[in-house]
Design a protein around this ligand. Structure first.
Ligand code: RB5
Length: 144
């Protein structure tokens, strides 16, 4: 899968671990930074990831900051992006199945690396439930 990943200083080291793990799993990962643990602004990384997902350059985006909140707020400003801030696998699964989320955000200060990996794996593996027309109808209302 073509995946874009970004993080501010809060998510920097978790982002690096995740990039390595997803590349090993065979995904085509574009890392938009940060490139160091120096303090940065989350919007600088959320914007290129969200715009790239909205444009179809990337199939999915993953954004990590301290809480995941700033990343989700920023990404959701881009039309066509449905970003979910997740700290559990149930939400990750249903954000895909019911909401067709295309950007995942989480907080490195909220979830540990183990849970983050599980959330990412579930989120990447779960398909949108297109067999149930009510989900597509609801998403169409968001886009409208
Ligand atoms: C940075 O300290 C922190 O505010 C940021 O990573 C994020 O949690 C914002 O939503």
């Amino acid at each position: 899968m073509r995946i874009a990943i970004g993080a501010d200083h809060g998510g920097f080291s978790l982002k690096n671990e995740l990039v390595e793990r997803l590349r090993k799993a065979g995904h085509e990962v574009t890392d938009v930074g940060a490139t160091s643990a120096e303090a940065t602004d989350y919007a600088d990384f959320a914007k290129p990831v969200a715009l790239g997902v909205a444009a179809g350059k990337f199939e999915r985006g993953i954004l990590i900051c301290g809480t995941g909140v700033g990343m989700a707020i920023t990404a959701n400003r881009v039309k066509g992006v449905r970003a979910v801030n997740c700290s559990d696998t149930f939400t990750a699964r249903f954000s895909r199945a019911h909401n067709d989320s295309n950007v995942l955000t989480f907080g490195a200060r909220v979830v540990g690396a183990g849970l983050a990996n599980d959330i990412v794996d579930v989120w990447l593996a779960t398909a949108f439930d297109a067999a149930e027309p009510r989900h597509a109808r609801r998403i169409a209302k968001i886009e409208a």
